[in-house]
Design a binder for this molecule. Structure first.
Ligand SMILES: *Cc1c(COP(=O)(O)O)cnc(C)c1O
Length: 412
């Protein structure tokens, strides 16, 4: 197929040309006397993106999933109890990781489309008068539903309950794109990976660890080898790694940190908000809704677009891929078939997103969602990005007389 594949899944994201060029390197000796210059320049800038001065950053050859494991094995002992909230597939998998490591997780289930409930967390922690909970697990941006939770409010809930539990935050689809403040929010383990906001290929697990969490290593008895923070601490101090680091990805990370810091983190967050608002204007223009049940939970990195009852979100995604060479995100877990997701994080701009919105619009009409008026979503996003103002209301539903292109597929 001619032209570029349109990659609009919420990770991996588009890798900017600058980063691609930076990674195009010959291998070199990671034990050489000049090698430390690279990691020693990366660690302080990584702390800036995590917004921590107190915390310790680590870089692993891994992905976000590996950082869940690293966070837990360095701070917990077999049988330890944790409190977790679940409102999407990534919450579910984080909990699953803890359970498979032999930890006991008490789960607060929240309807998918909502975010972390600080009041329920506070209530559960207050009841735990013996302080058996060693930690609270939260996903900052639930990528499966396009829901962003208020982590400052979760920290306040823990403090209100005067509970010593560590705060574990999955920031895989938020750090480097959405406002994330490790120190201000008292995050003890800030978990992310390279292939989303950092605009890199998958392959680096990145984690920020508070001093309080680092101190837990002494008493934490879960077995750990590859993910031991202690081995990293010793080697990183002089700019080395305990084993062979993924060199090209480190050069890529150096470049992506430069890009994020040159733009300015506050500008990065503002850009993601502006782009997301345009996408949400398009969704309203189609007469559809996002999965997030309240605007306060709207994610600025991914929008989960609910398809009307009787239609299959997977069919929209399959059509977009086959007919228009575009990748959209699938509905995961209990949202399978009910939605499709548009990733708007990392190296994207208005015109790239207009292409994605046009592709989604055409694909929806192709599968028979006739209420979607040609151009309606694209026009709404255009006007928002052009003027900064979204249309006040969605256009009236189409009085379509045309035949539906494809038979309706029952939503799962
Ligand atoms: C992508 C993602 C993960 C999983 O990360 P991998 O890098 O695929 O292991 C975890 N949590 C969230 C919120 C994600 O978006």
């Amino acid at each position: 197929m001619s032209g570029r594949n349109f990659l609009f899944v919420p990770g991996p994201t588009n890798v900017p040309d600058r980063v691609l060029s930076a990674m195009h390197r010959a291998m070199e000796d990671h034990r050489s006397p000049v090698f430390p210059k690279l990691p020693l320049s990366i660690f302080p800038d990584l702390k800036k993106v995590f917004r921590t001065t107190e915390g310790q950053p680590f870089i692993f050859a891994a992905t976000g999933t590996g950082m869940w494991e690293a966070a837990l094995v360095n701070t917990c002992s077999p049988g330890d109890r944790l409190l977790a909230v679940r409102y999407g597939q990534f919450c579910h998998l984080f909990i699953d990781c803890a359970q498979r490591l032999g930890l006991q997780v008490d789960i607060i289930d929240v309807p998918w489309g909502e975010g972390a409930p600080p009041d329920k967390i506070e209530e559960a922690l207050r009841k735990d008068t013996k302080h058996e909970y060693k930690g609270v697990l939260v996903v900052h941006n639930e990528t499966a539903t396009g829901v962003t939770s208020d982590i400052a409010a979760v920290r306040k809930a823990i403090d209100n309950a005067k509970h010593p539990a560590l705060l574990y935050v999955d920031g895989v689809s938020s750090i480097g794109s959405l406002e994330f403040r490790m120190d201000d929010w008292g995050v003890d383990l800030a978990i992310t990976g390279s292939q989303k906001g950092f605009m890199l290929p998958a392959g680096l697990g990145l984690i920020g660890v508070s001093q309080k969490a680092l101190a837990r290593r002494e008493s934490a008895k879960l077995p750990r080898v590859f993910f031991d923070f202690g081995d990293q601490l010793k080697a990183n101090a002089t700019g080395y790694f305990p084993y062979t680091p993924p060199l090209t990805l480190l050069y890529g990370l150096r470049e992506s940190l430069d890009m994020l810091l040159e733009e300015g983190l506050d500008n990065v967050y503002a850009r993601h908000h502006r782009l997301a608002e345009g996408v949400r204007a398009a969704v309203r223009g189609w007469g559809l809704t996002v999965c997030a049940k309240d605007p306060k939970w709207n994610s600025d990195t991914v929008s989960a677009v609910m398809v009307p009852p009787g239609f299959d979100g997977a069919a929209v995604i399959a059509t977009a891929f086959k007919k228009y060479n575009m990748a959209l995100g699938a509905g995961l877990g209990q949202m399978a078939g009910k939605l499709f997701r548009i990733g708007h994080l990392g190296d994207v701009n208005e015109l790239m997103l207009l292409g994605a919105l046009a592709g989604a619009e055409m694909s929806m009409r192709d599968v028979g969602i006739a209420q979607v008026v040609p151009g309606s979503g694209v026009a709404a996003a255009e006007e928002y990005w052009r003027t900064g103002a979204a249309p006040q209301s969605a256009p009236p539903p189409a009085k379509s007389t045309e035949k539906r292109g494809a038979p309706a597929v029952a939503a799962r």
